[in-house]
Design a protein around this ligand. Structure first.
Ligand code: SGN
Ligand code: CA
Length: 527
């Protein structure tokens, strides 16, 4: 394959042109081309920030293919997760339940695959179901006719998958391979009378943000704007003071920023990360290594010569991070274009709902951070774009959460939503209907501590205007934010004069939600 060409084609309009930018494409002829009940193509990336989708934000990158979904469907402007971490988020999505109820609270858990999930209910109702790409729930996937998932987090280059129980190492770049598998599966569906639900779960853009070789030089001339709170001092926010996800302090130059010099002279204070960084490189084949070296070696040489210090070094790290992250996003966008093109080509845009989302939001240097986990806006939020044939075009501002995806898709398929699911169907919002009784608050609970970035456990409630968070464990503290005045969560108002009434109201709402969802934490910590 030619991995060194990258041609940008523009896309516009609903059913006409869908862009394909090609390093390598593998689209074959289809057998899935008959009118059916509604199909679902659910595309979820790992750690894709809404800040790097141009349907949400133009500061960093243009993503025309992902934007197509927003331009021809709905852009959710208040979309959130229930627990901002991969495994937990996926378990919430599959079950429609908060973490304490589905049993997967942090990434060290193993998913109980015998429990009810919405793919199982779809399958029982006659859907062909497929799970392709990152799974990250440890136990084997259940409820899928076909599953072909990455081992653990998965690798960017030449990754190993587990295909219906068998390990297969595949040569190439994960985002392309995952898309190839998705397209091949669509081609392979023989029972044309059945609708399908396909989950395309990209590993990208998870750490360590390794671009495809054909994208290495992209955006070389771009200088990314640093967020205004990059040098946050975390005043009045004890949990933020304790975290270890700082670009300045915790991002590893060799591992994260690719400064693995051949002379082995660059060393940091984390030899494990350095070793892993070198292993990632060693997993590449010779053509991949050659392309990698041709790009990174001169950058490494300059980095060694420049001996940057202080703010110059901080800013260099930020730019390096953002360049790689955006290149990885570009490959996702190109591959979303391939899927859209396939659906258009075989007239599947007429009867396929397309969802684009991430397992959580991500920090693009806000508060000086990478990673996620906090109930602060950038990581509590997640992008959500949905194309529904015949549905609404435009923004939906109601508060939605990833526990709602299952109920929505079941509703679309005409299947009763089980009463034990915590989420609710937002299908009426997709159809442009008004829902007067829609929720006005969301519940959040994060558990993984102290691994890996030292973010203390916390739960909280968010309304349209406020968020109230309760950190517990090593850091025991409350935080309150007025999101209209302070959308970046810089000023903790908890305990400040004038906020007594709203604090009381929010605590009552928090208790109500904990009662409604039966979170056992309510018996241990009183609000
Ligand atoms: C890995 C990463 C962490 C990341 C977790 C969870 N370290 O452990 O930086 O927070 O995944 O991410 S790495 O050195 O292995 O890249 S999650 O999205 O999968 O939950
Ligand atoms: Ca993730």
């Amino acid at each position: 394959m030619n991995k060194f060409t990258s041609t940008l084609l523009l896309m516009t309009g609903a059913a006409s042109a869908v862009s394909v930018i090609s390093c390598k494409t593998n689209t074959k002829k289809s057998v899935v081309n008959e009118k059916k009940p509604m199909n679902i193509v659910y595309i979820m990336c790992d750690d894709h920030s809404y800040q790097t989708i141009s349907a949400y934000d133009h500061r960093f990158i243009e993503t025309p293919n992902i934007d197509w979904i927003a331009n021809n469907g709905v852009r959710f402007t208040n979309s959130f997760v229930a627990n901002s971490l991969s495994g937990p988020s996926r378990a919430c999505m599959l079950t429609g339940k908060h973490s304490h109820a589905n049993g997967f609270e942090d990434n060290s858990d193993s998913f109980d695959g015998s429990q009810q999930t919405f793919p199982k209910l779809l399958q029982q109702a006659g859907y062909e179901t497929a799970m392709i790409g990152k799974w990250h729930l440890v136990s084997e996937p259940t409820g899928f006719n076909y599953w072909d998932v990455l081992v653990g987090q998965g690798d960017y280059y030449n990754p190993t998958f587990i295909k219906n129980g068998e390990k297969v190492r595949r040569e190439g770049y994960a985002t392309n391979i995952t898309t190839d598998l998705a397209i091949n599966w669509l081609d392979s569906i023989h029972d044309k009378s059945k609708p399908f639900c396909m989950f395309i779960h990209h590993k990208a853009p998870h750490r360590t943000w390794m671009p495809d070789t054909c994208d290495l030089r992209l955006y070389d001339d771009v200088t990314y704007p640093m967020p205004e709170n990059f040098y946050d001092d975390y005043k009045d926010r004890k949990a933020a003071q304790a975290q270890k996800m700082s670009i300045i302090k915790d991002m590893n130059i060799v591992y994260d920023l690719k400064m693995a010099d051949k002379e082995n002279e660059i060393h940091t204070d984390n030899s494990n990360l350095e070793k892993w960084g070198r292993e990632l490189y060693n997993q590449m084949n010779s053509a991949q290594k050659a392309a990698w070296d041709a790009y990174y070696d001169p950058i490494i040489a300059k980095f060694k010569k420049d001996k940057l210090k202080g703010k110059a070094l901080d800013e260099w790290k930020y730019q390096r991070y953002m360049h790689d992250y955006c290149r990885v996003i570009h490959a996702i966008d190109r591959n979303v274009g391939r899927v859209l093109e396939y659906l258009r080509k075989y007239n599947l845009l007429e009867n396929t709902m397309i969802v684009y989302t991430s397992d959580q939001g991500f920090y693009m240097g806000e508060h000086g951070w990478f990673d996620k986990r906090f109930m602060y806006e950038e990581s509590f939020r997640t992008p959500l774009l949905v194309y529904l044939p015949g549905g609404k075009h435009g923004d939906v501002s109601e508060l939605v959460q990833n526990i709602d995806y299952g109920p929505t898709i079941l509703d679309l398929a005409g299947i009763n939503v089980p009463s034990d699911m915590h989420g609710v169907s937002f299908l009426p919002l997709l159809k442009g209907e008004k829902v007067p009784q829609w929720r006005h608050s969301l519940y959040y609970h994060y558990y993984e501590y102290p691994d890996e970035h030292a973010v203390n456990k916390h739960f909280g409630v968010r309304t349209e205007k406020y968020s109230l968070m309760r950190f517990y464990g090593d850091v025991n503290s409350w935080e309150l934010y007025d999101l209209e005045d302070d959308p970046m969560n810089m000023h903790n108002l908890y305990g400040k004069p004038g906020y007594e009434d709203i604090t009381k109201e929010l605590k009552a709402e928090l208790s109500r939600l904990q009662e409604q969802y039966e979170d056992p934490i309510r018996n241990e910590i009183k609000n």
